[in-house]
Design a protein around this ligand. Structure first.
Ligand SMILES: *[C@@H]1O[C@H](CO)[C@@H](O)[C@H](O)[C@H]1NC(C)=O
Ligand SMILES: *[C@@H]1O[C@H](CO)[C@@H](O)[C@H](O)[C@H]1NC(C)=O
Ligand SMILES: *[C@@H]1O[C@H](CO)[C@@H](O)[C@H](O)[C@H]1NC(C)=O
Ligand SMILES: *[C@@H]1O[C@H](CO)[C@@H](O)[C@H](O)[C@H]1NC(C)=O
Length: 216
């Protein structure tokens, strides 16, 4: 039933596109994140915007506030510095699971001053706990490398309302997830089409091979 399967694949793609939300968090001029406590599902995108000032966003070790996760995990936007109301760069991160993620700005004393936030806080990992321990930290740590774990993008290239979903789809195509989604859709579509045409064709080929074998 190729049509049914193609329909299901198409419906699944639509569902997965519709389900992914974009959550915007702004690094504000008063050195806070707004909002600073969000819930996100797997597949959602978090977009960090940057208001006036010099800010960054880094995934932090929950146990050691203002220190980054080990190399190779989490994300870092690099420093985004602007004298405008809003920087022309945004930093977009894909949420891969619902584990708690602590994040902070690593510029100077901003983390200790409360420029921290949580994604998917739970009973054992709360914003209040992370922030109050951050206040006791003398200095924050910036990762040494440039941005990683997300995409630094241009605000107005990526976020006109009409283009938003397309852009997200394009971006996700570069990662696995919607690449997989598209791959499955294509595979099913092509596979079924090929199957429908392919089975008789294969039979013909087998038959002619058999015929050829008989001739030999
Ligand atoms: C993006 O475009 C809007 C509308 O043209 C403009 O008001 C805003 O300042 C622009 N933002 C940046 C960061 O360039
Ligand atoms: C932003 O802050 C970082 C960390 O203190 C610093 O290395 C960088 O030079 C600052 N950027 C600007 C433009 O001041
Ligand atoms: C999710 O996975 C992507 C691809 O591996 C990675 O770039 C991104 O930083 C991950 N997201 C988080 C929140 O760690
Ligand atoms: C990409 O795929 C790999 C392997 O399947 C997986 O470990 C990783 O978490 C995926 N990343 C994203 C963004 O889904």
């Amino acid at each position: 039933m190729p049509r049914t399967q193609t329909f299901i694949a198409a419906a699944a793609m639509l569902l997965s596109v519709a389900r992914a939300d974009t959550i915007t968090i702004t690094a504000k001029a008063d050195n806070t994140f707004e909002p600073n406590n969000v819930q996100a599902d797997e597949g959602d995108m978090v977009e960090f915007r940057f208001a006036r000032g010099n800010h960054s966003v880094v995934t932090g070790l929950y146990e050691f506030p203002c220190a980054p996760l080990d190399m190779g995990s989490g994300f870092f936007s690099g420093f985004v510095d602007t004298t405008d109301d809003e920087a022309d760069k945004l930093f977009r991160v894909r949420i891969n699971n619902t584990e708690p993620i602590a994040f902070y700005s690593s510029v100077d004393g901003q983390c200790a001053d409360g420029m921290v936030g949580m994604i998917n806080a739970d009973d054992d990992h709360t914003l209040d706990d992370y922030r109050s321990r951050a206040e006791a930290v003398a200095s924050s740590i910036s990762p040494r490398n440039g941005p990683y774990g997300g995409e630094l993008d241009n605000v107005n290239d990526s976020n006109e309302d009409g283009d938003d979903s397309n852009d997200n789809m394009d971006d996700e195509e570069n990662d696995n997830s919607s690449g997989n989604g598209n791959g499955n859709g294509d595979d099913n579509g092509n596979g079924n089409a090929a199957g429908a045409l392919g089975a008789p064709a294969a039979g013909l080929i087998m038959a002619s091979l058999g015929f050829a074998a008989l001739l030999l």
